[in-house]
Structure formats: C-alpha cells, structure tokens
Design a protein around this ligand. Structure first.
Ligand SMILES: Nc1ncnc2c1ncn2[C@@H]1O[C@H](COP(=O)(O)OP(=O)(O)O)[C@@H](O)[C@H]1O
Ligand SMILES: [Mg+2]
Length: 310
C-alpha cells in the first residue's frame, strides 16, 4: 500500500518550547486520517511543517512520495490545504475571493472557473451567500469558504487543520458528510481535531498527540479494541452473579439493577451465554465493552504523563 504522507523523527523547537518531538506519522492512501490532540499539543505546527510553511528543527517528511521541504513546490499543487488563518481578502465576496485564488494557482482553466466556484460553494453550503464581503462572515462561514477553496479542483491529498472549528452541530455534520464523500471518490484526507467524538465518528485511522509526542497511531477499530469486559442485561442479576461467581472461574463480577458485568478472562462470549442459559438465566443482551477514543486518550496521557515531567 502506498503512503500519502510519512514523517520520521519530525521535530520542531521554538526557543525553549519543544512543540513537536520526534513524531513518526504514517498516512496511507485512501485514509480519512485523524490527527488528534488537545490545544497546544503540536498539531498545527506539524501540519505547517508538512506544507513547507515552517522549517523543521529535525527529522524528515515525505508527501506523495516527495521529500519536503526540498520538493514542496512539486507537491503543493496536488494538495488542498486549510490551515489557521485562511487568508482571504476582507472586502471581497466569497465568489471574488475564490476567483482570485483560482486564477493565482496552477491548472484552473478560466473557461470552467465560474462553474467550479458555484459547485464548490454549493458543496460547502454557501450557495446562497450572495455578495456579502468576507469580513462580515461568521467563523463558521469563513471555515466553509476555506473548505470551498480546496474543492475548486481535485486534489490527491487534503490537509485540514481543525476544519469544523466554529461550526454549529448541523454544520459539522454537513462537513463530515462532505469529507466522507471526498474519501469515497479517492481523496486521502488528514484532518486535525481536538474533538475525540469527531475523529471517532468519521476517521479510518488516527494518531494521538500530546505535548508534541505521538502516543498512538492505528486504525480506529484497533485503537478501540474490546476491553475484555462484558455486560449482561438480565431480569435476574442475582442469579446471573451466582452462576458466574468466582467459584465458577469468572472474575471481577459486579452487579447492578440491570444486570452484571465481568472480565471474560479466557472464556468466549458464547461460552458465557451458554453457561447462563443452561443454568436458567435468560439473557436479554450480552455486550462486549469497547473503550471510547476518550478512554484511550486519557489512559495514554496518564501512562505517559507519569513518566514525562512538566
Ligand atoms: N511561532 C511560534 N513561536 C513560538 N511558539 C509557538 C509558535 N507556534 C506554536 N508555538 C507553540 O508550540 C506548541 C504547539 O502549538 P500548536 O502546534 O499550535 O498546537 P495545536 O495546533 O495542537 O493547538 C504550543 O506550545 C505553542 O505555544
Ligand atoms: Mg492548532
């Protein structure tokens, strides 16, 4: 499988601040890749280095097979970008801003410009924005226009820094649907976010960064692998607890009004279910517990946090 983006030992120091600390990112072609971390963790700095906007202190970057910053001019036309401070002309409308941007970049035919602009505005929900100048836009509208700019022509890779910042819940849903559509059409997307739920709901793979350090990087399904704990919902939790007690080889059994929870240990869910049913306990639901991305994040930051002072 080809790699759309690779970084190796990528590091950025601002004076005494180690903003990015030996980060190895690996984005596969076709990924909707979440770059997740709290505010100040180094996401924007990393993305800016990948786009050749900030010079790394150390390490290497390869984007679409080319070394960056050395070959950044070759790869930039193949990448759509949305990074902090979208850089639009404040007194011009959405359409005028997009027309200027399109005229300045390579490969945007003038003949198709108007149609491409209308299509891009439509896709981000700004079709009826009219002639309102950019400086009268809400944060959400600015963000939508920044995304529209990446849609003026097809790109192999989109690098989006917190693309849903400033959007209301409906706006976030719209943008997520748009990103999923783009990935289905073959675009690779890297998006940064401080919102766990957002990454959990749409991304296929994710990297988790905290204080400049990469804590984990994997497929979402693997990051959220079952914990080994199960919950059983039943009308008779007391009997379920007795059947699954320590004397029968199960551990950490806890009971509440709705049922019991326990560690599977070596047993399979099927075995557990059979044991209950053959002992006269009706099972309404048997649920394999999965951590949320938030659980994973907190666990990783606590583990590493203990070993990294300050
Ligand atoms: N130009 C800069 N000069 C000095 N420090 C910076 C600069 N840009 C970012 N930083 C610092 O680097 C760290 C990471 O910031 P940033 O990459 O913006 O994080 P994030 O995007 O995850 O919120 C922060 O401590 C921030 O204050
Ligand atoms: Mg940022």
């Amino acid at each position: 499988m080809s790699r759309a983006l690779l970084t190796h030992n990528l590091t950025k120091r601002f004076g005494a601040t180690l903003a990015v600390d030996h980060v190895d990112l690996e984005v596969h072609e076709g990924d909707l890749f979440g770059f997740l971390g709290p505010n100040g963790s180094g996401k924007t700095t990393t993305l800016r280095m990948i786009l050749g906007l900030v010079y790394p202190t150390g390490g290497s970057i390869e984007v679409l097979g080319k070394p960056v910053p050395r070959k950044v001019r070759d790869v930039l036309p193949r990448i759509g970008t949305l990074v902090e401070g979208p850089g639009f002309y404040p007194h011009l409308s959405a359409r005028s801003n997009l027309a200027l941007f399109d005229a300045a970049g390579p490969g945007g035919a003038k003949r198709t410009r108007r149609a491409r602009i209308e299509d891009a505005l439509e896709r981000v929900g700004l079709g009826s924005v009219g002639r309102k100048p950019f400086n009268a836009f809400s944060t959400g509208m600015q963000q939508r226009l920044g995304l529209a700019r990446t849609l003026l022509r097809p790109h192999e890779l989109l690098i989006l820094d917190e693309p849903t910042n400033g959007l209301d819940p409906q706006g976030m849903r719209d943008i997520r649907a748009l990103l999923e559509e783009l990935v289905a059409q073959g675009t690779t997307i890297v998006l940064s976010s401080h919102l766990l739920g957002e990454v959990e709901s749409i991304c296929t793979r994710a990297a988790i960064i905290n204080r400049g350090r990469l804590l984990a990087q994997d497929e979402i399904a693997r990051l959220l692998a079952p914990t080994g704990r199960v919950r059983i919902v039943t009308d008779d939790p007391g009997e379920a607890e007795r059947v699954l007690g320590a004397s029968n080889g199960f551990h950490s059994v806890t009971r509440d009004a709705a049922g019991v929870a326990l560690e599977l240990g070596g047993a399979s869910p099927e075995e557990l279910n059979r044991r209950l049913v053959t002992n006269g306990v009706d099972v309404r639901e048997l649920i394999l517990e999965r951590p949320t991305l938030e659980d994973v994040f907190l666990q990783l930051t606590n583990e590493r946090g203990a070993r990294v002072p300050g």
